[in-house]
Design a protein around this ligand. Structure first.
Ligand SMILES: C[S@@+](CC[C@H](N)C(=O)[O-])C[C@H]1O[C@@H](n2cnc3c(N)ncnc32)[C@H](O)[C@@H]1O
Length: 214
């Protein structure tokens, strides 16, 4: 078990009871995301936490597979999905890189409040790219600590050295966009619905270009 597993298991119960910090911008992100789904969409979420986003989207997609490294987060998510009587959500305890899935098999990958919590955002983004069908979208919402005040920017790396605190990575929205573009994504939408350092980005894996005939 990693330090991250231990931390997120430990905090899961409290996380589930917390109100969403900014309800209006959360709803805006949900609404924008749903513009990219249809009734046949196969959606993969990583870092799903207690499942609120997956449960919200389930009624408008074909299937949503919600994954997380924390068994305690997933246990809460499963209880909530059961109470909502949803039968098109599946759950799995895994990170994105370890997910056993064929490439090019998902219409959308969701990563909400997760890319700043992994050690290497670039490899997660590259994996999301591989997993998406051509034409699919990677939808992410990410606190870009690199765009915050100096105090927090300096504090975040110190967290790494404090036992039992989770991984926190510091990068700016521009660095995140550059990573997405380097992986091959086209940025279709980017903004800060909360007016803060949280970047909400829809990045598309373009269909392969048709061969050019000379
Ligand atoms: C801040 S919470 C966000 C949960 C949910 N996406 C939301 O928006 O409410 C971060 C979640 O990511 C999970 N997590 C942390 N590191 C992870 C990793 N490397 N891979 C997958 N999930 C991870 C944690 O267990 C936790 O449930």
């Amino acid at each position: 078990m990693t330090t991250d597993n231990i931390f997120w298991d430990w905090i899961a119960g409290r996380y589930a009871k917390q109100a969403v910090a900014d309800e209006a911008s959360y709803k805006k992100k949900l609404a924008i995301s749903q513009q990219y789904f249809d009734a046949d969409s196969r959606v993969l979420e990583f870092g799903c936490g207690t499942g609120s986003t997956a449960i919200h989207h389930a009624p408008v997609v074909g299937h949503i597979h919600a994954t997380d490294i924390s068994s305690k987060m997933l246990a809460i998510a499963k209880t909530k999905a059961g109470a909502a009587e949803l039968n098109n959500i599946s759950f799995e305890q895994t990170g994105l890189k370890d997910l056993n899935s064929s490439n090019e098999s998902w219409d959308a990958v969701l990563g909400m409040s997760i890319l700043h919590l992994v050690a290497n955002k670039d490899s997660e983004i590259e994996r999301a790219f591989e997993l998406l069908k051509p034409g699919g979208v990677f939808i992410s919402s990410t606190p870009c600590i690199g765009d915050s005040g100096l105090g927090f920017r300096l504090l975040a790396p110190i967290f790494r050295w404090i036992p039992l605190l989770p991984t926190i990575s510091v990068f700016s929205q521009q660095e995140l966009i550059t990573s997405l573009q380097s992986a091959g994504f086209h940025i279709e939408h980017s903004g800060q619905p909360g007016g803060d350092m949280v970047a909400f980005i829809v990045a598309r894996k373009l269909n392969r270009a048709s061969p050019i005939n000379h």
